[in-house]
Design a protein around this ligand. Structure first.
Ligand code: ZN
Length: 130
């Protein structure tokens, strides 16, 4: 776990656009080549909102990245600091599984600096595939 990733995920979280849920999430995706891509959740009044994890992935993929090492996710109500972990939703788990190895790491943060570590296989043991 890279502590710098937590700080960058926190900073990305500040940009979250969440007028409906008031729940801000930041994510920091680390590529195997060391490049990083941050994301935050972006809502609208329809059903097309996008999570921080998918923002980070689509930014990276649109820049040509294909090899991913880990993602750090941090989330909480708008004016609160994260006291419990924010796990990726089912949609994001399936989305991420398209692009990562089974040992891809997912780090969640609680109480500012306590981190939990999972692999995509832990969170999505029976993913859909063609
Ligand atoms: Zn999600």
């Amino acid at each position: 776990m890279n502590l710098e990733d937590i700080e960058m995920a926190k900073k990305a979280r500040e940009n979250a656009y969440v007028p409906y849920s008031n729940f801000k999430v930041g994510a920091l995706l680390r590529c195997k080549n060391g490049k990083v891509f941050a994301g935050c959740n972006v809502e609208n009044h329809g059903i097309q909102s996008i999570c921080a994890e998918r923002v980070a992935f689509t930014k990276a993929i649109s820049e040509g990245e294909k090899e991913f090492e880990s993602i750090t996710v941090i989330g909480a109500k708008e004016d609160e600091s994260p006291t419990s972990e924010c796990l990726p939703c089912g949609y994001c788990r399936q989305f991420m599984s398209e692009f990562v190895d089974k040992d891809f790491k997912i780090y969640t943060v609680e109480n500012e600096n306590v981190t939990n570590e999972y692999t995509i296989k832990d969170l999505l043991p029976y993913s859909f595939s063609l």
